[in-house]
Each structure stands twice: as structure tokens, then as C-alpha cells.
Design a binder for this molecule. Structure first.
Ligand code: TTP
Length: 194
């Protein structure tokens, strides 16, 4: 599959183990490279523009390691709730605050993805709506004690215990919530022309 990309060396520019696992699901050869990028963005940006900006910022960081055969994939995931961004929590208090705020409500998880080659760039976003059941303080405390929310947008991993007991439904892609909208990414890669 994706014979149109046969001459490309596909690079996933990400430190996220979930993104690696998700891209592996597409069964295409790729390498992982990572560069530290400060995840800051202009304060006037809202909603979908934030993860798209950050996906492009991550792509910019790889500019010097690109050659004519490189096809780079970078991404960023945010939780967008009641007009605010929930990124990775600073500390336990921050994580508790985010989970209490998500409890019993519906929020959006938005992933921005940037596909780039030396001479072309395509950036898109995918939104999933996630409905959380009411979480008790004990459940939030148990999750924070036993799992690691600190590398995850919104302080939760849908693929972890809290997703099992707390997520009532998802409208949209589950994989997008985990960090990479693989179906849409595949569709974009399929129509990629050099
Ligand atoms: C909402 C949610 C996020 N996440 C993860 C996906 C992303 O790894 C992380 C959001 O942080 P990102 O900044 O998007 O990604 P990252 O810093 O982990 O990796 P990189 O920038 O190098 O690509 O949160 C889950 O694993 N499960 C979830 O349910």
C-alpha cells in the first residue's frame, strides 16, 4: 500500500510512544526522530489553530535534517474545553483541576498533523468529542496515584484505566484521542504527490 511513497523515507518526528505505536498500525516503513520543541504558541490562537500551529512548529525544528527524499510527519494533540486549552499538566494539582473540570462533561480532543517534504507542506486537524461520566474525587486520586498523566494532554490517557471507567462515548476517531488520527493521515498520504 502507499506505493506513491515508495521513494520517500518517512520520518515520524515525535517523542510520543503512542504516536509510534499508532503509525506502526498503518504497516508502512518509517523511522522515528525526535527534537525538543518548546510547545508555546501566540496567545491569540484558539481551538484547532493551536495544534496545527504546534505541528508546524515541530516540523520547522526538523528543517535542517530534511533532504529531497524525506517525508516528515509531526503532530500535536490538545484538549479543548469550555474555550480553554488543557495541555500537559504542570503538577498533580493542575491534573486534578483538569480532571474535575472534564468530569461529567463533553470536551474536544484536537490533533493537528503536518506532513512535509522539502518543497511541500500539508497541515490538517481532526476533532473527536469525548464524553466523560462523573468522576469522583477518589477515582481522580486513584488515577493520579497509579498512572502517569503528566505527558498527556488534558491529564488523561483514554487508553488507560480512566478511559475504561470514565469515557461514556467518543464521537469521532478514538486513535485521534490517543494522539494520531491514522485513518485521515492514511487518506492524506494516499493522495500525496511528489
Ligand atoms: C487526550 C490524550 C492524549 N494523549 C497523549 C498524546 C500525546 O502524546 C500527548 C499530547 O502531547 P503532544 O505535545 O501532542 O505530544 P508529545 O509531546 O507527547 O510528543 P511529540 O510532541 O514529540 O510528538 O498526550 C494520550 O496518550 N491519550 C489521551 O487520551
Amino acid at each position: 500500500m502507499l506505493a506513491n511513497l515508495a521513494n520517500f523515507q518517512i520520518i515520524l518526528g515525535s517523542q510520543s510512544p503512542r504516536r509510534k505505536e499508532l503509525l506502526q498500525g498503518l504497516n508502512i516503513p518509517f523511522e522515528v526522530k525526535s527534537i525538543d520543541v518548546e510547545e508555546t504558541y501566540p496567545s491569540q490562537l484558539v481551538g484547532v489553530d493551536i495544534p496545527m500551529y504546534l505541528a508546524e512548529k515541530k516540523a520547522d525544528a526538523f528543517a535542517e535534517s530534511m533532504n529531497s527524499n524525506t517525508l516528515l510527519i509531526t503532530a500535536d494533540t490538545i484538549v479543548w474545553h469550555e474555550g480553554r486549552v488543557f495541555g500537559k499538566p504542570r503538577d498533580k494539582a493542575d491534573a486534578t483541576r483538569m480532571l474535575k473540570s472534564l468530569s461529567g462533561k463533553t470536551h474536544q480532543v484536537i490533533t493537528g498533523v503536518c506532513i512535509s517534504t522539502l518543497d511541500k507542506r500539508k497541515t490538517f486537524h481532526v476533532i473527536s468529542e469525548v464524553r466523560f461520566a462523573r468522576l469522583s474525587s477518589d477515582e481522580i486520586e486513584y488515577y493520579l496515584q497509579n498512572f502517569s498523566p503528566y505527558d498527556k494532554a488534558g491529564s488523561y490517557g483514554v487508553q488507560e484505566w480512566i478511559g475504561y471507567i470514565g469515557v461514556e462515548y467518543i464521537e469521532g476517531s478514538y486513535f485521534n484521542v490517543m494522539g494520531l488520527p491514522v485513518q485521515r493521515l492514511y487518506a492524506e498520504l494516499k493522495r500525496w504527490k511528489k
